[in-house]
Write a new protein. Sequence first.
Length: 180
Amino acid sequence: MELVCDLPASERKKNIASKGLGCCVFRSIDYAARWQQVPELYDLPEQLVEAGIPGGGYPEKVDQVMARFAPQASYLQDTSGDADILEAILKTSRLPCVTYNGHDCHYGMGQGIAHMVSLPYFDRQTGWACVSDNNYPGDSEFVWMSPDEFLKRWKGGGGGGWVFALLAPPPALPPHNSRQ
């Protein structure tokens, strides 16, 4: 499978904490900002540290942070857990940020976490989903799984999954040869 939104490893910084709380939500937004060229959100976790704002993210806090650091940026947030929204975002070549209750090699197969990651690939037709975890940003650290398994992790065993997406234009698609 080829990733839809393949942010280079050099642009995927590791998650940090601000005032003792992780900044995974804001690092995921940083990844999307780099993919979609929204420079005011580059290094968003570092901006929180500098401003003395604790990490830890949820939709209302994201609204506050966006109003402070990128008031002109358009974005969407949804907590319904509707997988069609994920596919619609990816079809526009934007990079969605999603909640993730991972049960994979990084966190122990039986343990879950409260986390946000990027979703560079999700397609129920091909039968694959892939997350880019900001705690493990290396080139070979993508976690591939079935869409059903991803949806379980996205929803965390509870009501709905949270997705954040910037509405800035995505980068141009790479050129490719096509035969007529």
